[in-house]
Design a protein around this ligand. Sequence first.
Ligand code: SF4
Length: 380
Amino acid sequence: MSDDIRGGLPSASAFEILAECYGQQQLVKRLPPEALALHKEEPDPLRDSGSRIHKSRETGNTLELDPQEFALYQSGLNYEQRIVEKWKSVFSLTDVKEGPRELRLWIHDSALNPLCSGQLDVHYISGKRALICDWKTAFCSNLVGAKGNWQLRLQAVLLKIEHPELEEIRVAFAKPMYEDSELDYCDYNETDLKYSLDSILYVLWWSTQPDAPRRAGKHCLHCPAKARCIEALSFFMLPSAMAIGVTRGEKPEQAAEAVSDDDLYRVWEVRNTIKEIGDACVARLKSKTDEELAAMGLRKGKGRDILDWDIEAAFKFLRDEKLWPEAELFKTMEFGIGKLGALATKQIGVDEKYASKEVKSLLEKFYTVKEGEKIIRRLR
Ligand code: SF4
């Protein structure tokens, strides 16, 4: 039985993609699981940190937050408070009640089959008005604002279905990274909610059609099918200047010289997707038979040698028989935080999600921290 609480159906958090690309669901269904597995997201400390902050907002328990996360959590509470105060003052609301946090709500068809769902981080109700706050703990650089945002639109519709007496619903983002920024919200009246429901049902209907069209764009970055999608492949093609350089046999550094600043930004933004598509293409080539490859002018070559060391025996041999200094030998080895984290999970039962953090804190006195090469980040 699936442990997907969304029942494999569209959800509010993924609705932005669906509304942009009706055919996404059909492609995902057609692809073998291993094709989607390529999308399995890399360990992402920022995402894990966001989950912990959301959990704290849900439970009020902040014990699992580190100081930086706690500061962000406080900043989120302040941001949410500003949203709530503004809502109360504009509509002179006095009797405001908070609804259940992390509330999952559903849209059903006329036969009561579930069609899609959404989870509300936080919401408040006052008479015939409601306010929904969705927390976004990351930088939100690709976030569509509240006015055009499908996730929030669907949340508003879901709350209206749950509380038919509501006549006006405000949806807002709480963005703790930008505590003092202008509030980002949108109001839906009953007519807006009716049209919004119609538009959501329209998207859901399209998403079930075998010939639903696919439309690539920035949203593909978050699509599990991106590595097998021809539309995404076309969209994420390298800038033509770089492609021409490569076909001329220039080295990558030379080809990159010809890329405009606009394209440099785009390549930086989509580099993981480009790599994933490339890896998926190579994986497909490797799955072909020798005959199929030969017909394409390719063949399988010998793989590179992978040395599977008996580290302990090799170490002792060099130290005891060859008399290489132990201190120098140690310098040739390194701890991998990922492997140590897996060991910590096995040895002391720490949750996988927190294992790296646990190992770092456990071994704190045995390492110093040096800054690696600078990384590129967006301006806020
Ligand atoms: S990768 Fe983009 S175009 Fe392709 S199915 Fe996903 S969202 Fe649609």
